[in-house]
Write a protein that binds this ligand. Structure first.
Ligand SMILES: Cc1ncc(COP(=O)(O)O)c(C=O)c1O
Length: 446
């Protein structure tokens, strides 16, 4: 039986939480055919998720007909919000001409040119279909280029589902080990050899990082860094930390790989540029696909030559849907809309949001800290000093307080993460949506 949401009349008497909710029925069906009832853990919500029917601008309508303001934007990927008219029109036109070929198309050349023009340290790019693939390709390129096999990453940082970068992504406290030499922990399904080839670094701890990098320098192909890692609570790098990583890697012939999958939305020139560093390679995703599946790896011509089949090919790179013209069209139209002025406006609205959040917690006399930058925010309900993954002890992604808060916010017409007070903005938003969000959060916290 097909659940034809487009034929459902809106404004039913059902709503989320009611015994007759369509979302509940869909979740029961989903649970029979998909483990846990989903195919993506980050959208899980107890007792069942809200199923979306449509989105327009910064608003999403669910299958019950209830509308909410979307502060998650498919986990930051929809910088223009939903169904932007120009992106939609361009995609419709492109789909009618065919969606995938065993040939390149002009659209992929144009998107590559746009990225190369905008990102100072990128001479060449290659496309794939997800941020995870982009990170994997960057790691493989670094290994092939340097002839070394280990990588280093930061404890708690999320970089997608490639085995090596998933090491110590979310380690339990009893697995941490020494604070200046974190244990490499893996999940079941990952061979122990993976842990042996990944050095785990503590965020913002310069001395410990220096020692760990020096100890493994002869084997290290890359240090992988997200300049403002969501998995580490968007705790900003301390002054000089990223520059230190740049210098330290260069000194030992290790490549610095920036994961810009999420944080490319920080500026017209990307995250690394905003933080003042020039990595050797980077992974991209999310906003550059304009709402469609995408990933890209980019870097200097010299390093990217490992993918060049006309030279000495060292990293094989396939992918049936790589650079398909539908994604490329959506990405191109989206990125064209995101002029320097559009980024500035959105980032100013982000400043406004973080200021209002800070003031709200202050007025409530609640210990809290608002992290994030650009168009993103993440509030921690703690007065403790936040430095690295371990200092987030009080902020657990599985802390039930956030699930409860998310439910309250959903009832008040706001979409935020069920795993923290995390959200992001889209260009259709104004101060009015932010004010409504703050008001809803304030009364939910009460
Ligand atoms: C920093 C970072 N890297 C990589 C990924 C993986 O991207 P994808 O979900 O497109 O595979 C994500 C996804 O959220 C991310 O935030």
């Amino acid at each position: 039986m097909l659940f034809n949401v487009s034929q459902r009349p809106l404004r039913q008497t059902t709503s989320y939480g009611s015994p007759l909710a369509f979302s509940r029925q869909l979740y029961e069906r989903a649970s029979r055919v998909m483990p846990g009832g989903n195919t993506r853990h980050s959208i899980a919500l107890a007792p069942y998720p809200i199923y979306a029917r449509s989105g327009s601008g910064c608003r999403v309508t669910d299958v019950e007909g209830d509308e909410r303001i979307d502060f998650l934007n498919n986990y930051t990927s929809l910088i223009l919000g939903h169904a932007h008219p120009q992106v939609t029109a361009a995609v419709q036109q492109r789909v009618a001409l065919g969606s995938a070929f065993t040939m390149p198309t002009p659209e992929d050349v144009e998107l590559a040119e746009l990225l190369v023009e905008r990102i100072p340290y990128v001479d060449q790019v290659r496309f794939c279909n997800s941020g995870s693939e982009a990170v994997m390709l960057a790691v493989k390129a670094a290994r092939a280029f340097t002839g070394r096999h280990k990588i280093a990453k930061f404890e708690g940082a999320y970089h997608g589902i490639y085995d090596y970068v998933a090491v110590s992504e979310s380690p339990r406290e009893d697995e941490w080990g020494e604070s200046d030499a974190p244990v490499s922990s893996t999940e079941p399904g990952t061979p122990p050899s993976v842990a042996a080839d990944v050095i785990v670094l503590p965020w913002n701890r310069m001395d410990a990082c220096r020692k760990l990098i020096a100890r493994h320098k002869d084997d290290l192909a890359a240090v992988l860094v997200d300049p403002m890692p969501l998995g580490i609570g968007m705790i900003a790098p301390q002054p000089g930390f990223l520059e230190f990583l740049r210098d330290e890697t260069a000194r030992h012939g290790i490549l610095l790989v920036a994961d810009e999958v999420l944080n490319f939305r920080l500026s017209y020139h990307g995250a690394a540029h905003r933080f003042g560093i020039e990595p050797d390679l980077a992974s991209f995703g999310k906003i550059i696909g304009g709402g469609f599946p995408v990933g890209a790896v980019g870097g200097s011509r010299k390093v990217m030559s490992v993918f060049d089949h006309t030279a000495q090919l060292r990293v094989h790179h396939g992918g049936t849907f790589n650079a398909n013209p539908v994604t490329a069209t959506a990405g191109l139209e989206t990125m064209k809309q995101m002029s320097p002025e559009a980024f500035d406006r959105l980032n100013r609205l982000g400043d406004y949001t973080r200021e209002r959040l800070t003031r709200m917690f202050h007025d409530r006399k609640m210990p809290a800290q608002v992290c994030g930058a650009g168009s993103m925010f993440l509030a921690h309900l703690t007065g403790d000093e936040l430095v690295d993954f371990r200092s987030l002890r009080g902020f657990s992604r599985n802390n039930p307080i956030y699930g409860g808060l998310c439910h309250q916010m959903l009832q008040k017409g706001m979409i935020i993460s069920p795993r923290g007070i995390f959200g992001c903005l889209s260009t259709p938003m104004t101060e009015a949506e932010v004010d409504a969000f703050i008001e809803a959060l304030n009364s939910s916290l009460a």
